[in-house]
Design a protein around this ligand. Structure first.
Ligand SMILES: NC(=O)c1ccc[n+]([C@@H]2O[C@H](COP(=O)([O-])OP(=O)(O)OC[C@H]3O[C@@H](n4cnc5c(N)ncnc54)[C@H](OP(=O)(O)O)[C@@H]3O)[C@@H](O)[C@H]2O)c1
Length: 260
C-alpha cells in the first residue's frame, strides 16, 4: 500500500465537515499550502504526488501517484474515496516548468510539459467527475499561471501548456454548467515555492548573477514588486470551493499584483 492510512473518514472534532478535497502536487509549494488551508477549514484532505517522503512530511493522508498515468490516478482516487468519501473539490496543481530557448525545444521536452501540465489536469478532473455529477455538486480547480494568460521568454512550451489549461477550463466549465459542477483556474505570477527557487538557481548558473539579482529579475514584472505567497493561492482556491463562488464558472483568476 502506498498511502497513509490515517483513516480520516470522520470529521475532526470541533470542525464543520466541508467535504473531501484532493490536491495534486500536495507535497510542496502551492499544493502543500492549499492542503493545509483546506484542512484547517474543515475539509477531509488527500494529497497526491510522486515522492512519498515529501507527501509524508505534510502529515496529511496521501496517495503516491504520477498524474500523467491515467490508471494510477483512477486507482489513487478509488483509494482516497474508499477512505474519506467522494471527492467534492479537486485541485489539479501538480505541474512542472523548465526554461529552454525556443530554438532548442525538443519534441520530448514539449511532450513532457504537456503531459504533466495538461494531461495531468485532465486525468485528475476526469477521476473526480462521476461522483460530482452523481451528487450534483463539485468544484474542479486548476492551478494554471499568468503564463497561461500572457507570454514570457524562454518558457514557450510551459506557456503553451498553461494556455491549454486556460482553454480547457473555459470549455469544461461550459460543458458542465448545468450539472452543479464549476470549473475554474487560478493564474498566479511568480510564487515563493521550490519551483521559483530552481528558476533563481538556473538564472544564477546561466548568467552569473547573484541570487538576489535573479529574484529581482523575476519580480520585475509584478507591479507590487514581490513574490506571491503560496497561502494567497490557497485562500483563493478555498473561496472558489465555497458556496459563495457558486456562479463563478470558467473563470481564470490572475493573482499577479496587476501584471495581467
Ligand atoms: N511557483 C510559481 O511561481 C508558479 C507560478 C504560477 C503557477 N505555478 C504552478 O503552480 C503549481 C505548483 O507549483 P509550485 O510552485 O508549488 O512548485 P513545486 O513546489 O515544484 O510543486 C510541484 C508539485 O507537483 C508535483 N508533481 C510534479 N510532477 C508530477 C507528476 N507527474 N505527478 C504528480 N505530481 C507531480 C511535485 O511533486 P513530485 O515531484 O513529488 O511528484 C510537486 O509537489 C504548478 O502547476 C505550477 O506550474 C507556479
Amino acid at each position: 500500500m502506498n498511502h497513509s492510512e490515517s483513516l480520516q473518514t470522520v470529521p475532526v472534532k470541533g470542525h464543520v465537515d466541508k467535504g473531501h478535497v484532493l490536491v495534486t502536487g500536495g507535497g510542496s509549494g502551492i499544493g502543500a499550502a492549499t492542503a493545509k488551508v483546506f484542512s484547517d477549514a474543515g475539509y477531509r484532505v488527500t494529497i497526491v504526488g510522486r515522492t512519498e517522503s515529501t507527501l509524508r512530511a505534510q502529515d496529511l493522508p496521501y496517495q503516491v501517484c504520477d498524474v500523467t498515468d491515467k490508471g494510477a490516478v483512477t486507482a489513487a482516487f478509488a483509494s482516497a474515496v474508499k477512505l474519506r468519501g467522494p471527492v467534492t473539490v479537486v485541485i489539479a496543481n501538480a505541474g512542472a516548468a523548465e526554461s529552454v530557448p525556443f530554438a532548442k525545444l525538443t519534441p520530448e521536452h514539449v511532450q513532457g510539459l504537456l503531459q504533466v501540465n495538461v494531461v495531468g489536469v485532465i486525468n485528475t478532473w476526469q477521476a473526480a467527475l462521476s461522483d460530482m455529477q452523481t451528487s450534483g455538486h463539485g468544484r474542479l480547480i486548476a492551478i494554471a499561471s499568468t503564463a497561461g494568460l500572457r507570454g514570457y521568454p524562454y518558457v514557450s512550451a510551459y506557456s503553451a501548456a498553461k494556455h491549454a489549461v486556460v482553454g480547457l477550463t473555459k470549455s469544461v466549465a461550459l460543458e458542465l454548467a448545468k450539472t452543479g459542477v464549476t470549473t475554474n483556474a487560478i493564474c498566479p505570477g511568480f510564487v515563493n515555492t521550490p519551483m521559483v527557487q530552481s528558476a533563481i538557481d538556473n538564472i544564477v548558473a546561466t548568467t552569473g548573477r547573484s541570487a538576489a539579482e535573479a529574484a529581482d529579475a523575476l519580480i520585475a514584472g509584478n507591479p507590487q514588486k514581490r513574490l506571491i505567497e503560496p497561502v494567497e493561492v490557497a485562500e483563493s482556491a478555498l473561496w472558489l470551493a465555497s458556496d459563495a463562488a457558486a456562479s463563478v464558472n470558467g473563470h481564470c483568476l490572475a493573482l499577479s499584483g496587476g501584471e495581467v
